[in-house]
Write a protein that binds this ligand. Structure first.
Ligand SMILES: CC(C)(COP(=O)(O)OP(=O)(O)OC[C@H]1O[C@@H](n2cnc3c(N)ncnc32)[C@H](O)[C@@H]1OP(=O)(O)O)[C@@H](O)C(=O)NCCC(=O)NCCS
Length: 359
């Protein structure tokens, strides 16, 4: 016997610090205009030095539980999709489950880079569909600002911090329709943070940060994302035009526009927040989803496609029908203003690649 599965609650949390493109002009050879035109990004949220992923995951999860109307003890499993956990061990999922009071829950992290949230959704869905669990809390998020070379104009302008969450529950309605997951390690050198057991922590900080072949990633995405989207639509017995809302990984507005053009999609189908949030890796899709639910843009009965892609290379897509009501209390938090600039001019006496402000 199998069971239907639906998203019953969402939440998100981003840092309060807003970093506008103009702040990069003091530090590197770039301009607000270049960044806006090539990426669609105008600003992003960057965490303060003391903030770790669980500081964003915990409030996201709490909002999602509240929206779902569940007690933390109702949760059977917590999965956190991330590449930037609080620590290599224990998992951020275990830290988050404990802080939320999910005392009955199993917990693990899932590493599929920017595809992590949708990968985790699909894993969670399987546990519920088979009857193993009733309620799973899925979190997706990253704090990539701590793993960026702030002198590398090819990456520093793109990545940011944030987390979002979704509760999946056994349902009497037909929520999840179809999903597809994939990976191709042949593209492992396109986006990397070398730090790990092959490259343990060392004095060479250049191995602790994102390295990316941006143009090749761009080309891969524009060639493959339309095929992945068409594939998941087909598996759900839909066409891409049938989706009311499509949330692609928010890496670059030009990628979203190119995919949209290739598939002949309408602009009103695409949910976009890359202009305000930039690329929060595993956070982009749950943040955009929770924002759209919060704004009442997504309504019960709407058909959604969520599609992530990124380092690995990995990709994950799911088609679902939205069944949750609009959250009762506003999820959004207002940004504070009047902060010190985040991206400061480099201190050339510091041989490291990271400015002290970013760590
Ligand atoms: C990184 C990215 C914005 C670069 O844009 P692009 O249009 O491909 O630009 P290119 O890499 O072809 O570089 C064009 C020129 O701009 C320069 N450039 C790169 N970053 C720049 C910046 N921030 N400001 C100004 N110039 C920049 C390059 O050095 C290059 O100069 P050159 O012609 O003198 O060599 C784009 O490739 C991209 O978004 N790729 C996908 C990355 C991604 O989404 N990664 C995450 C996936 S999960």
């Amino acid at each position: 016997m199998t069971f239907e599965v639906a998203i019953t609650g969402v939440g998100y949390r981003v840092p309060e610090r807003v970093v506008h493109n103009r702040e990069f002009e003091a530090r590197m050879a770039t301009t607000d205009q270049w960044i806006s035109e090539r990426t669609g990004i105008r600003e992003r949220r960057i965490a303060d030095p003391e903030v770790a992923l669980s500081d964003l995951a915990i409030p996201s999860g709490r909002q999602a539980l509240d929206h779902a109307g569940l007690d933390p003890k109702d949760i059977d499993l917590v999965i956190c999709g991330t590449s930037t956990p609080d620590m290599l061990m224990p998992s951020t999922a275990a830290i988050t489950a404990h802080a939320l009071g999910c005392t009955r829950a199993a917990a693990f992290d899932l590493e599929a880079a920017c595809s992590g949230f949708v990968y985790a959704l699909v894993v969670a869905e399987q546990f519920i569909r088979t009857g193993t669990y009733r309620n799973v809390l899925v979190i997706g998020g990253d704090i990539l600002s701590k793993f960026i070379n702030w002198d590398d104009r090819g990456t520093a302008i793109l990545f940011a911090d944030g987390a979002g969450a979704a509760v999946l529950s056994r349902s009497d309605r037909h929520g999840f329709l179809a999903s597809t997951l994939g990976a191709d390690g042949a593209g492992q050198d396109l986006i990397q943070i070398p730090l790990g057991s092959r490259t343990p922590p060392s004095g060479d900080k250049s191995l602790h940060v994102v390295h990316m072949k941006g143009r090749e990633v761009y080309k891969w995405a524009v060639d493959n994302v339309p095929k992945i989207l068409a594939q998941v639509a087909d598996a759900a017995e839909l066409t891409p035009a049938d989706f009311d809302h499509i949330i692609l990984h928010q890496a670059n507005l030009r990628i979203i526009e190119a995919v949209s053009k290739r598939l002949g999609l309408r602009s009103d189908q695409m949910i976009v927040n890359v202009d305000r949030m930039a690329n929060t890796s595993a956070g982009t899709i749950p943040i955009a989803l929770a924002e759209a639910a919060d704004q009442g843009r997504i309504k019960p009965g709407d058909r959604l496609c969520l599609l992530g892609f990124g380092s690995g290379l990995t990709w994950a897509a799911t088609a679902l029908t939205w069944t949750a009501p609009r959250p009762r209390s506003a999820l959004a938090r207002t940004a504070t203003t009047g902060q010190e600039p985040f991206v400061t001019a480099p201190d050339r006496s510091d041989p490291g690649v990271l400015p002290s402000r970013s760590l």
